[in-house]
Write a protein that binds this ligand. Structure first.
Ligand SMILES: C[S@@+](CC[C@H](N)C(=O)[O-])C[C@H]1O[C@@H](n2cnc3c(N)ncnc32)[C@H](O)[C@@H]1O
Length: 294
């Protein structure tokens, strides 16, 4: 009974305001101080854009057989991607009218071939911290986009009360935008309904697969990254990224975020996790849940 209560408290205390206030000064080492919100970015938006583009293009090419409806509708997209195929891939695509003979890799293999690492969720190395995220293969150099924080994006004043009850997966951006990365309960239903609402014919504007065990975008596990502690320093940090208008429409199906409402016209907010140092195979990712912007 006592042990169960202690476990619940350890999981909850990070949301208890008096506990936070008392520990802010004591926990200096586990706080991230940023002089100004404009100085919060570890890498440039262009670098984030390039990494996402490279990864999503590789996922799209690997998945051409499932993209037939898009390719049939927009021949210019077909030309663009056929030009990017390797000779071997082209041959197997040409040999087969419906692309069935193309060798399809798992999204994790595509990530490894494209960025040189793969990541996955597993039991955390911290006692009673539940699930965490690990680099399972390869090596991640400092300053690399290693993961994305999936979820529904709420602008200030949008209704999130019921979704937020007992929900440890709500990420707060510096400007007050909230991202609900919970893959269960009401949060899950809200994401699915917004994602289906925004579908444009054959074009999916966001990825729903992070709600399942079979991820289409293997980066979309950032909501499971645990908080750093005195024993485990942060090795990644969050960075906000607004998806530009010119983001290729055929690649939006891999974006793991969707806006809750279209009342205000704005760019889609995504949050990526960027490595603060080189990370080796087998290491768990730790972020800093508490960033103080002066
Ligand atoms: C966003 S979730 C992270 C995923 C979580 N580990 C899970 O399995 O669902 C945040 C929750 O993870 C747990 N957590 C995160 N960092 C922790 C840490 N350093 N020590 C203990 N629990 C932690 C807390 O329960 C926290 O409310």
């Amino acid at each position: 009974m006592l042990r169960a209560l202690r476990r619940r408290w350890n999981a909850y205390k990070y949301r208890f305001v008096p506990w936070l206030a008392l520990n802010l000064r004591r926990k200096r080492r586990t706080l991230r101080y940023v002089p100004e919100s404009s100085q919060d970015k570890i890498i440039s938006d262009e670098d984030v854009f390039e990494t996402l583009l490279k990864t999503f293009k590789a996922l799209f090419i690997n998945d051409l057989s499932r993209q037939a409806h898009i390719l049939a509708l927009l021949p210019e997209i077909k030309c663009k991607y056929l030009g990017l195929l390797t000779v071997e891939q082209k041959q197997s695509t040409v040999n087969s009218h419906n692309h069935q003979s193309q060798r399809v890799l798992s999204p994790e293999e595509v990530l490894f071939n494209t960025l040189g690492f793969s990541i996955t969720r597993d039991q955390s190395s911290l006692v009673s911290a539940g699930t965490g995220v690990f680099v399972t293969k390869g090596f991640v150099p400092k300053g690399t986009v290693v993961s994305m924080y999936p979820g529904t994006v709420y602008r200030k004043h949008e209704p999130i009360f019921f979704q937020s009850l007992g929900n440890p997966f709500i990420f707060r951006c510096i400007d007050g935008i909230l991202i609900d990365g919970n893959d269960k309960g009401i949060s899950r239903s809200v994401y699915r309904s917004c994602s289906r609402r925004d579908r444009l014919g054959p074009f999916q504007m966001s990825d729903e697969s992070w709600l399942t065990a079979a991820l289409q975008n293997p980066l979309a596990v950032g909501q499971y990254v645990n908080n750093c502690s005195h024993e485990k320093a942060a090795n990644v940090c969050y960075q906000e990224f607004d998806v530009p208008e010119y983001f290729p429409v055929e690649l939006k199906q891999y974006l793991p975020n969707i806006v809750y409402s279209h009342d205000i016209e704005s760019h889609l907010r995504c949050v990526v996790l960027v490595t603060l140092r080189d990370i080796k195979q087998g290491e768990e990712l730790f972020s800093n849940y508490y960033t103080v912007v002066n």
